[in-house]
Structure formats: C-alpha cells, structure tokens
Design a protein around this ligand. Structure first.
Ligand SMILES: [Zn+2]
Length: 432
C-alpha cells in the first residue's frame, strides 16, 4: 500500500512539473515568440514596410524582394541614426527597435501577415542633411531639434555616421553609436542653466544680489578659475558672462542636497525613452563632496555628465512654460506625454535670461539674424586642453517653436563652433 502511495505521489509530482513547464513555456512564448519567429527570417517575413519622413520621403523600405534605403548616399548617411540598418549594427535605429512590429508578427499565426507597415516620422530629412553637413564628416557630435509645443523631433544627427547601403564603408570611430541618445558628456557652462533655475527658486533675493569676480575665487584653499574678470555683475549678467565665480558660489550656497534634487527632478540622472528606444543617463556627484568640488559641479565640470537628449527635454520644458512635451519621432504614436518640469515663473525667468545672453553677449542679430533666440553656451574643459562645444536653447516664436541642443565633441568654443552650427540649423528650420 505504501509503495502505491509513493508511486501516486511521484506521478502527481511529474504531472505538476509538466504543467509548470508548460506555463513557463507559454509565458516565454508570449514574451519572446516574436523574436524566436523572426530570428530565422530576419531579412523578411513576407511583409512590406517603409520609414518615411515628414515630407513623405522614403528613408528605408523592405519587401520580399529585398531591403532598400534612400537613393543617395548623403541622405542615407545623414539619417543613419534615425533609421539604423537592417542588420542591427546600431541598436538604437528605428529599423532595429521596430523590426518585429513592422514585420507584422502575430502570436497565433506567426509571421504570416503580409501587410504593409509604414512608420511615419516627424524627422525632416532636409534638416538632418543640413545639420550633418554643418557638423562635417570629420567631427564628432550630436544635433537635436524638436517642436517644444508638440514634441515632434525634426532633427537628430550623430557624427561620425556611416552609409548603411555601402557594404565596404569604413565607419569612423564610434559611428554606430548615436551620440544624441546613447552617450553623456561633460556639459560645462550649459549646466549653469540648472544651477540658475535652482537659484531662482531657492535664493529669494537672487535678482537683487551682485556677484564680484576678479578672475577666480578661493574655496577652502582651492582656486576656482573664471574665464575672465567680470567684476560687479547682477545674476542675469553673471549667466550671460558665464561667470564661474558667481555660479560656483551659488551652487555652494544652495548646498549639495538642493543641487542633487534639481538635477534629479529635471531628469538629468535618468535614462529616458525616445519612442521606446532607451537613452543614457547623465551623472552628478550625489555622494558627499566638499565645497570646492560642489562649486565645480555647479558650473558643469567635476564629474558632471549630461546626455544630449536629456538636455533637449530640459530646454524644451523651459521653452514651453515649464511643461515638457515628451519628444518623439513616430507621428502615429498617440498623444505625447506632458509633464511639468519647472514652475511657469521659473521657466519664464530663465527664458528671459537666455534671451539676454543672446542679445547682450552672443552677437544677437548679427550672429543669429532674424531669430528670437534664447540660449546658453558651454565650453566644457576636458583637462587635456580640448573642450566640448555646446549650444542649447530655443526660439521664442509661436510659428517656429523649436528647441535644440548642439554638441561638437572636442570642438572648441561653445559660441563660435556649436553656436554657428545652431544658427545654420535654425535658419534652415525657419526659412527652409
Ligand atoms: Zn567671472
């Protein structure tokens, strides 16, 4: 009798294991089935599909006959980090991210749907070409431009790039990395926008203060050097002078906890998603550092790094009265998410100060003709004599509500290098 009981238990146990195994398999099938089904038919499942830009230009297409990109090499190369390729070399391209969706995978029927699948993009191919041409084939960098009201991303270019249709192309260093999404860089003075926003909200008499700069300030025996001697200046003038002395002192007065809170709240320490494509997080000293280091961190040096897409989100929110409309490329992806990043008063004051920068210090109408521009430069020193050139901001213009970020890696001066590229791009966006 005991033997029979034991056998019955064993059989029940085996049955239970089979059931558990089935459940695990079904769950994994639901989760991964499309990848399994498409793994052996990566080239094509019989479907046809297309990526088209906002002007209706085809950037990539596929059908049972084969896969194609845009007709000319320059268009393909300028748009490479939007499209990616059919082989997944750039994991952040839309062809990689949406391959299974575009192939029309069906859980029950497998890859049998031979329907046409079209992804309509907000990207303007002509703007991407303008940005890529202005960046130049030899320079590394990231260029982003979006409509801050609708969140539509019009331009995303990363250099160096590569022609996906040229099998013999020798890609430049890091050409498969989308610097807009997948990298974070020392921000230098564009970071002063964050310190300024925190100061507007936490130092009640900030607008009545005056900041004195003799070219450096000494904090606990450590010199923080400024790019010039700015003498007596208001808060607004200190931002337009991009005065290290003033902004290091402001960061120290705010304290590390407050600085960390703002950097975090503005999303600069998080990865985000562009249409489901993950982006890189930035960094800021979150563990205790002393005052000199805190001062350096407040001016975008120290261990600060910023992801260009995360900075675009921030300047877009400043431009849009504090409300971020989440940037996206897919035109049929539904209503974009909207989140308040800053109070309206902070966003508006910061916007005014950014306009003052351009008018009083960046050459205004002469350098940026016809553009109602609000911006901040950054020349992020890397300690080896080179510097990243940054220029970030927006147009205060209802007809052309564009926010942008330009980064030229080890490119030199923020205004002269990145500012010039931004002007070329904005002129094309407004007048093109
Ligand atoms: Zn100074």
């Amino acid at each position: 009798m005991k033997k029979i009981t034991n056998r019955a238990v064993s059989v029940l146990l085996i049955a239970a294991l089979v059931v558990v195994g089935m459940v695990v398999y079904i769950l994994r099938f639901v989760d991964n089935g499309r990848d399994w089904a498409l793994y052996f038919s990566r080239a094509n499942s019989g479907s046809t599909g297309e990526l088209i830009d906002r002007r209706g230009q085809t950037l990539a297409s596929f059908s049972p006959e084969g896969s194609l990109f845009a007709g000319d090499a320059f268009t393909r190369t300028a748009n490479y980090h939007v499209t990616g390729d059919f082989w997944g070399r750039s994991g952040t391209g839309l062809l990689s991210a949406y391959w299974t969706d575009m192939q029309g995978y069906d859980l029950i029927r497998g890859t049998t749907q031979a329907e046409s699948s079209i992804l309509r993009l907000s990207i303007d191919t002509e703007l991407n070409k303008t940005a890529y041409r202005a960046l130049g084939e030899d320079r590394k960098g990231a260029v982003l431009l979006c409509n801050y009201r609708t969140g539509e991303l019009l331009c995303m270019v990363s250099g160096p790039s590569v022609d996906p249709a040229d099998a013999d192309a020798v890609p430049g260093d890091g050409a498969y990395i989308n610097r807009c999404l997948s990298s974070a860089f020392t921000p230098g003075s564009v970071f002063k926008l964050i310190t300024a926003a925190a100061a507007i909200e936490n130092i009640p008499d900030i607008e009545q203060r005056s900041f004195y700069c003799e070219g450096k300030t000494t904090v606990a025996g450590v010199d923080i050097i400024c790019s010039g001697e700015h003498y007596t200046q208001t808060f607004e003038q200190a931002l337009s002078n991009s005065c290290n002395v003033a902004f290091a002192r402001i960061a120290i007065e705010l304290g590390q906890d407050t600085m960390v809170k703002y950097v975090r709240d503005y999303g600069l320490l998080d990865g985000h998603e562009l249409d489901g494509i993950p982006t890189a997080a930035g960094s800021y000293p979150t563990e205790f550092v002393g005052d000199p280091e805190l001062g350096w961190s407040g001016i975008g040096q120290s261990t600060d790094t910023v992801n260009p897409f995360a900075l675009l989100r921030f300047v877009s929110a400043v431009a849009n009265d504090g409300v971020l409309t989440e940037p996206h490329m897919l035109l049929d992806g539904g209503e974009p998410e909207r989140t308040r990043l800053l109070p309206q008063e902070t966003a508006q004051r910061l916007g005014e100060m950014m306009n003052y920068n351009v008018v009083s210090h960046y050459g205004g109408e002469e350098r940026f003709p016809g553009l109602p521009l609000c911006a901040k430069t950054g020349t992020a020193e890397l300690g080896d004599g080179t510097s990243h050139a940054w220029f970030a901001g927006f147009l205060s213009d209802e007809e052309h509500p564009y926010a942008f970020v330009v980064l030229v890696e080890r490119g030199g001066g923020g205004l002269t290098v990145a500012g010039e590229l931004a002007n070329t791009l904005l002129q094309a966006a407004v007048n093109g």
